[in-house]
Design a protein around this ligand. Sequence first.
Ligand SMILES: O=C(O)CCC(=O)C(=O)O
Length: 261
Amino acid sequence: MITAEQIAQYQTEGVVVLRGVFKDWVGKLNAGADYNVENPSHRAITHQAKDNSGRFFEDFSNWQSIPEFKEFVEQSKMAEIAAQLMQSQKVQMFHDHYLDKAAVSGVATPWHQDMPYYFVDGMQTASFWVPLDSREERVSLKSVVGSHLWPKLIMPTKWSGNAEFYPGDDNFMSLPDIDNGDYDIRSWAVEPGDVVVFNFKTVHGANANAAPTASRTVSFRVVGDDAHYIQRPGDTSPNYPDINQTTGERLREDWFPTIYG
Ligand SMILES: O=C(O)CCC(=O)C(=O)O
């Protein structure tokens, strides 16, 4: 289904685009997205542009209660593709993340890595960023090539207000100036049915939606064999205060089921 070159690119660059692999799922995922907007969870966040011109809605961890997302997780080829890209025997579902940017929203997704926000450590990880509409390159996901191999994680910050999640913890470094011209940045124009897959450690972001139409994306996050729980020095995002796990354990199967292998 995917080529050896795509697997090698994922391993060395930390990001790859796969064309058309989910084209049969676009209708279902749109229905799931509509459901999520109409039924936001307690984790939902709405960011507003400073001049109040735009809106960026996010929600997390709803796949088990949205039938179309659940069907995608359990029946699409995502898990098998993830196993190949991560070179993993098993794949566990971590969570879904829905991102909805109003037309001409004025709210960008800042450069960040996903992993430091999570209670997850390991190299075998994958986010499936699935756009539900056509996206020109200037408003598509952009990723820093090879950043999944950087030796230190970047300090996660709140997207509204920029507060650090783990203030003063020097296990995390400050975000370098990604736009200074020193970094190799990869982005693609995409169509519904395409997916951009990236490692939880890959630095990525997206410009504000400058297009005259809303931009809707659903990201499905999965982990592989070497991924395990890590106790972070503060709340994570998404946060699961009742998780009751210790560093080094596989993520608990009752919340994060194995979907492949
Ligand atoms: O679509 C975006 O704005 C960014 C997506 C993102 O950060 C993610 O899926 O982890």
